[in-house]
Design a protein around this ligand. Structure first.
Ligand code: ZN
Ligand code: ZN
Length: 425
């Protein structure tokens, strides 16, 4: 007896764990405040992940697939979700009396086909859909989570993809459900042939619908705006592609193809779309590097003593400056290391690697005044005149070109283009 009791307790504890179903919110990995969209999105992801077709070597995948399907059914319906929130699994059991839809039917309502995909022979696959989404440069820099809509063909909710208002579909009497008929035809006197023709009574489907669904007019599918979540990782390339497996147009006749989203850098703007008014409008991207054009006045270029504060794409300040005497040649390009784009990393932002950045290239444009106040012009003239006379100006010497240039006057007279005489020597 003693021996027996010692074993009974742990056994009971085990049994309890096994029978206690996992919380539906945990199954879908969502919190209790999740909205319909989040529930749908969780189902989409997890049902694909655990679909037995995709996990042929994992016997637990089927159970998980069923569990995800049950959790979705319970939480996607407002009434049953309320019951579940109040009374838990037991409350739901009383309501549905343990009845569940076939998890593969539910899967098929999302992704089309017969609820299966994978490598089954004869399984038709729908076309892929390509979408281009314009993304602001600052979203490529900072990373961003957004969503977009497109008109996706999906199985009609009203009739659950049957095309019938009462979900009753009959086998076509004319073709016996085959979708085609053999038609005898006489193509020459005395010569008769049998030709296989598509059944005109059912349009080749092999089924007839006595009461067409009013929502899809018996087509079984409808096109509806569908919202897709999109995550732009820091530093993703212009033209990067995100593939949503089996998220393209669905149909009962095929397994949905992939939705392929291409991220394209969009034209910058300074409107409400850009609440922080960052200077992104003036940055240009090339791979991991950024380019910026900065304008200097004649005085600044010649004498230095200036500061510029660039607001970067995340709002931080990059300071450009020269102290007095720091000459900047027109067209000079300054490299600011580490102020370019973040380099994309497949792990995203992670504690296991430091985000690296490309460079920022600043090109200086020097703007000379069109018109000068006459007093200033006179003083400047006088100043330059004074120093010209004192030091003399030798442009050739200043240019750093080789000494003793050889000039052949006759060649000039012959009209050859010798604009680069000195360099050629
Ligand atoms: Zn037919
Ligand atoms: Zn319908």
């Amino acid at each position: 007896m003693k021996f027996y009791r010692a074993f009974l307790l742990p056994l009971l504890a085990l049994a309890q764990v096994a029978f206690c179903a996992e919380d539906y919110y945990n199954v879908l990995g969502i919190d209790r405040q999740a909205n319909d969209k989040q529930i749908k999105s969780a189902y989409r992801q997890l049902s694909k992940k655990y679909h037995p077709d995709k996990n042929p070597n994992d016997p637990t995948a089927h159970d998980k697939f069923v569990e995800v399907s049950e959790a979705y059914e319970a939480l996607s319906d407002a009434e049953s979700r309320k019951i579940y929130d109040q009374y838990g699994h037991d409350g739901l059991k009383q309501r549905t009396q343990g009845q569940h839809h076939d998890p593969f039917d539910l899967f098929s309502r999302f992704f089309g086909g017969g609820g299966h995909f994978g490598n089954q022979p004869g399984q038709r696959r729908g076309h892929n859909v390509e979408v281009k989404i314009g993304i602001a440069l600052r979203d490529f820099y900072n990373g961003h989570t957004t969503e977009f809509q497109w008109d996706r063909q999906q199985l009609c909710d009203e009739c659950e993809g049957t095309g019938a208002a009462d979900r009753v579909v009959h086998r076509c009497g004319a073709c016996g459900g085959k979708g085609s008929r053999l038609v005898r035809s006489q193509f020459a006197p005395g010569m008769i042939t049998q030709v296989q023709m598509q059944c005109d009574a059912c349009g080749g489907r092999g089924k007839t619908i006595p009461h067409r669904c009013p929502a899809c007019h018996g087509e079984r599918v409808v096109r509806r705006p569908t919202t897709v979540a999109l995550t732009i990782q820091r530093g993703m390339a212009d033209g990067a592609r995100a593939v949503y497996e089996n998220e393209a147009d669905a149909s009962p006749d095929w397994v949905a193809g992939d939705l392929v989203v291409t991220l394209v850098e969009k034209e910058p703007s300074l409107d409400d779309d850009n609440p922080d008014r960052v200077d992104g409008v003036f940055f240009r991207r090339k791979g991991d590097d950024l380019f910026w054009r900065e304008v200097l006045s004649l005085r600044e270029a010649l004498l230095g003593d200036w500061t510029r504060n660039l607001t970067h794409l995340d709002g931080h300040i990059v300071r450009l400056s020269r102290s007095r005497g720091g000459v900047v040649q027109p067209g000079h390009v300054e490299t600011v290391p580490g102020e370019g784009m973040p380099r994309w990393h497949e792990d995203g932002d992670s504690v296991y690697h430091k985000t690296e950045f490309g460079n920022l290239f600043v090109e200086y444009v020097v703007v000379l005044p069109d018109q000068m106040e006459s007093g200033m012009e006179k003083e400047l003239w006088a100043l330059f005149q004074k120093w010209r006379l004192k030091k003399g100006v030798d442009l050739h010497k200043d240019s750093g070109r080789p000494e003793k240039p050889v000039m052949h006057d006759e060649e000039h007279e012959h009209g050859h283009d010798h604009g680069h005489d000195h360099e050629e020597l």
